[in-house]
Design a protein around this ligand. Structure first.
Ligand SMILES: [Zn+2]
Length: 225
């Protein structure tokens, strides 16, 4: 990306009547026709082709891979710009020092993924499920994590500046040493989460949450905004 380039998502809708799902595409070319993952006549070929494209490219721009499953791939060092991965399932993905800017991972599932030391900016994981996933040492800045359901997940030493976890469900989640300046945690439901060593005093929590120098304490039950 050069500075000044305008990044556009490819939000073309599937050509099957009444289907509102996003069509698969690579760099705005009609390589796969105009079909979502569900209606793609040769979905295995399209999926393999997209995986090959990701594997062969360092810079991935305006890819729309919505609805696909990715298993056991290595996204380390990849740079994603303006990509859409809605309703995807990521299993056993390694992504060390990955970059993702202005990219959408909404309503997706991340299972046993290791997304460490990565730089994620202006992205959205809204409505996604994070299970046994590690973001340690990453930057997740200006990013939408509203409504995520996270379990056994690490944000240790992660920079979450100005990101939002509104109405997230967090169970066994660690924010040890995280930068949560301007990070919004309104209305979360939590069980066994820790903010030890983070700068929690600079984050936004619902009323009733107590912040001491070294930890955050939540009242029992659901907290409403
Ligand atoms: Zn469709």
């Amino acid at each position: 990306m050069k500075s000044g380039d305008i990044l556009m998502f490819n939000t073309t809708i599937c050509s099957i009547p009444h289907c509102k799902k996003l069509a698969l595409s690579v760099q705005n070319r009609g390589k796969y026709g105009v079909f979502c993952a569900e209606h793609m006549p040769n979905i295995q070929w399209a999926r393999d082709d997209i995986c090959e494209y990701i594997t062969a490219s360092n810079k991935i721009i305006t890819l729309n891979a919505s609805g696909l499953d990715f298993i056991g791939l290595d996204f380390s060092g990849k740079r994603f710009y303006g990509c859409i991965f809605r309703h995807c399932i990521f299993t056993n993905i390694i992504a060390e020092k990955m970059q993702a800017r202005l990219s959408l991972f909404e309503f997706s599932r991340f299972i046993d993924c290791r997304i460490v030391k990565s730089h994620i900016l202006a992205a959205s994981f809204a409505g996604s499920i994070l299970y046994n996933t590690d973001f340690t040492g990453s930057e997740l800045i200006h990013t939408n994590l509203c409504g995520v359901s996270a379990e056994n997940t690490l944000f240790d030493n992660t920079d979450l500046y100005n990101s939002r976890f509104i109405r997230a469900q967090l169970s066994d989640v660690s924010f040890r040493g995280a930068n949560i300046q301007n990070t919004v945690f309104y209305g979360i439901v939590q069980k066994n989460i820790t903010f030890k060593g983070s700068n929690a005093g600079h984050a936004f929590f619902s009323e009733g949450v107590t912040i001491t120098k070294s930890e955050v304490s939540f009242p029992t039950g659901k907290i409403l905004i």
